[in-house]
Design a binder for this molecule. Structure first.
Ligand SMILES: Cc1cc2nc3c(=O)[nH]c(=O)nc-3n(C[C@H](O)[C@H](O)[C@H](O)COP(=O)(O)OP(=O)(O)OC[C@H]3O[C@@H](n4cnc5c(N)ncnc54)[C@H](O)[C@@H]3O)c2cc1C
Length: 366
């Protein structure tokens, strides 16, 4: 509970991996920071409902925020995890083609990766048979810097860094009203307590556009149209057939139903893509047919009996498919930063996103 109506320097709304990383970077710059979270615990939403993959930065257009922050985030997340004893596995990833036509798409992917400074190695059928004997494919691209990380432990470490610098986290606190007055951002928590801060950063994930729509004076035309794309996952009940992450070619809204390993070494398949209007995390048995059909393309031994329904997550897709970070240079409200469309690779990019926003805050607090 926050008892008095103290003024804050920086308030971050949302204790997901991005909000926590932003708060950590601000705290590291010795500015006082408060994180407000509506749930009773950190990371209960998208940050614990993803593939947990550390992406290399292969698919995003050169110079996009996703490309820049993901490439930087890939190396930063591994070195942070190494330093802090957070579990990770830089196991590598194969993007597979099933026929010569798909192989042409692989070469386009490789060219794009080159532009982002990522070197992908072409592997032919013979080599693949040796390294992944259970994999059915025609050829593949190998990304050696892709892997997985323990996202829960990552967030726990971000919190430790925030608290070490005397930053605070307060749970069960829903920010519901925001407006700017005399160069301060006023906001309310749980509809009755009013506070003010120099800077407020909206990192509220799936609710970012909804919270932004309640900000007085914000030109609502700047809020991007958000499409919710739900992704369900299925867990393999037998031993993992692969040592690496196996990805088909990317699809319209995602990277296709892939085979990942979680930090406990279990194999998880997913996510699929389903446009939804409301947030609902049910994973339905009926989807097994679709999953088996997709997975069969690269692992013929799959059957419905081998998989069980697991978890799901929801991506916030914006039209340009890039991270959208808006400060006063865009919306003209001093001290307000809105984040939209922070879907994949948001986990991988979390550390540089934090630094990027903290630098914006420092410029403002100067
Ligand atoms: C299916 C799926 C797979 C993915 N796979 C990967 C992957 O393999 N690798 C990768 O790098 N990225 C991946 N991502 C993306 C990654 O998970 C997200 O980018 C990241 O988790 C977003 O973090 P966040 O902090 O913005 O959001 P969240 O984790 O959703 O956190 C937002 C927080 O804000 C809180 N909140 C909302 N409204 C309010 C309010 N009004 N007041 C107070 N608190 C509020 C919420 O309760 C929540 O805790 C995936 C995403 C999905 C959906």
């Amino acid at each position: 509970m926050i008892k008095n109506k103290t003024d804050f320097q920086c308030v971050v709304v949302g204790a997901g991996v991005i909000g926590l990383s932003v708060a950590r970077s601000i705290a590291k710059k010795n500015k006082n920071v408060l994180v407000l979270e509506k749930n009773h615990k950190f990371g209960q939403e998208t940050s614990s409902r993803n593939s947990g993959v550390v992406h290399a930065g292969i698919y995003y257009p050169k110079n996009s925020l996703k490309a820049q922050l993901c490439v930087k985030g890939n190396s930063e997340i591994y070195s942070y995890a190494q330093k802090r004893g957070i579990k990770f596995n830089k196991c590598g990833k194969l993007i597979i083609a099933n026929n010569p036509f798909e192989e042409k798409i692989l070469s386009k992917i490789k060219k794009n990766a080159d532009k982002n400074g990522i070197f992908l190695k072409y592997k032919n059928y013979k080599t693949l048979k040796k390294i992944e004997p259970n994999l059915k494919c025609y050829s593949a691209l190998y990304s050696k810097t892709s892997g997985i990380v323990d996202s829960q432990d990552l967030m726990i470490n971000f919190i430790a860094d925030i608290e070490k610098k005397r930053g605070k986290l307060v749970f069960n606190s829903k920010v519901d009203y925001i407006h700017e007055e005399n160069e301060k951002i006023k906001f309310s928590i749980n509809k009755n307590n009013f506070f003010s801060t120099r800077i407020l950063i909206n990192c509220s994930g799936l609710q970012s556009h909804i919270l932004a729509s309640k900000i007085e004076k914000l030109n609502k035309k700047l809020i991007p149209k958000i499409t919710f794309v739900k992704g369900s996952y299925m867990k393999l009940s037998s031993r993992s057939p692969f040592k690496r992450l196996i990805y088909p070619l990317p699809t319209k809204y995602g990277l296709g139903i892939h085979s990942t390993l979680n930090i406990e070494g279990q194999t998880i398949f997913g996510p699929d893509e389903e446009i939804v209007k409301k947030i609902n995390y049910n994973v339905i048995e009926r989807k097994k047919t679709k999953f088996v059909k997709s997975i069969k393309k690269f692992w013929p031994a799959i059957s419905k009996e081998l998989i069980t329904c697991d978890y799901s997550g929801i991506r916030t897709k914006v039209q340009k498919n890039d991270f959208v970070i808006q400060d006063h240079s865009i919306h003209n409200i001093k001290g307000l930063i809105n984040l939209f469309g922070m879907d994949s690779p948001g986990l991988t990019s979390s550390i540089p996103i934090g630094e990027y926003i903290a630098n914006k805050c420092m410029n403002f607090l100067k």
